[in-house]
Ligand binder design. Structure first.
Ligand SMILES: CC(C)(COP(=O)(O)OP(=O)(O)OC[C@H]1O[C@@H](n2cnc3c(N)ncnc32)[C@H](O)[C@@H]1OP(=O)(O)O)[C@@H](O)C(=O)NCCC(=O)NCCS
Length: 212
């Protein structure tokens, strides 16, 4: 099984200069093989051992795959650093995943006991490409042959052979418009004149009472 993965990587990646380089130095290759081992123990209900293998695999490769994930054949994780694949995800054959992609649960999937042992993560069809930094979240299906662009955020089912780009935009509430500055100089002028008049009258009255 690992032989066909080496051939697949050789076929896809022009940066590989020999098959030996892929076997010795490709973190995606190591992560998949260690995952196959971890998943075997997981299915035998040796969950602690399975999780320990995943833990060390993550330390060496930078790729986090939960041992419960079902992964098909010839899945190539290119570069790999920062890839996260959650427990109930299912990955088809010939899937290509770039660094930083998350195949995870949506916020709804993190409700402790209510969601434990329930399908919370995506099912990825055969031949799908998931670009770097993309987030595919929730119990959704990505149809075979679809391409998820780098940086895309996917929260719903995607039909086969689709191209998905971009993050869903959100409406940000508008700030109330600042009221324009009013010119009150005319009223101030009028008030000032009235005050001066009043001051004069008070002066006159004071003089009158003082007998001036
Ligand atoms: C999704 C992808 C496979 C599409 O490739 P493609 O079929 O050659 O498509 P194009 O490049 O012709 O782009 C098609 C449209 O999608 C848009 N698009 C492509 N990638 C996009 C992205 N990541 N974000 C937003 N829009 C994107 C293009 O601007 C184009 O739009 P337009 O038709 O309005 O001009 C590719 O863009 C991609 O993101 N691949 C992942 C690569 C990656 O992660 N590399 C890491 C290497 S280290």
């Amino acid at each position: 099984m690992w032989g066909e993965l080496v051939n697949k990587i050789w076929e896809l990646d022009p940066a590989a200069h020999s098959r030996l380089e892929i076997i010795l130095l490709y973190p995606g290759f190591h992560a998949i093989n260690l995952h196959n081992l971890a998943h075997w123990f997981w299915k035998k209900n040796m969950k602690m051992l399975a999780s320990t293998i995943s833990f060390y695999s993550r330390m060496f490769t930078g790729i986090e795959i939960h041992p419960g994930v079902k992964i098909g054949r010839r899945v190539f994780i290119d570069h790999g650093m920062g890839v996260v694949i959650g427990e109930t995800a299912e990955i088809g054959d010939d899937v290509l995943i770039y660094q930083g992609a998350t195949i995870g649960a949506s916020a709804d999937g993190h409700k402790g006991a209510v969601t434990r042992n329930k399908k919370r993560h995506p099912t990825i069809g055969n031949g799908v490409i998931i670009g770097c930094g993309a987030a595919v979240l929730g119990n959704i299906e990505i149809g075979a042959g679809s391409r998820i662009a780098a940086g895309a955020i996917v929260l719903q089912n995607i039909p086969p052979n689709s191209l998905v780009v971009g993050a869903a935009g959100k409406v940000v509430p508008k700030q109330p418009e600042a009221s324009p500055v009013q010119d009150n100089s005319a009223q101030l002028e009028e008030l000032f004149t009235k005050l001066t008049k009043l001051e004069k009258q008070v002066e006159n009255l004071t003089g009158h009472f003082n007998g001036k």
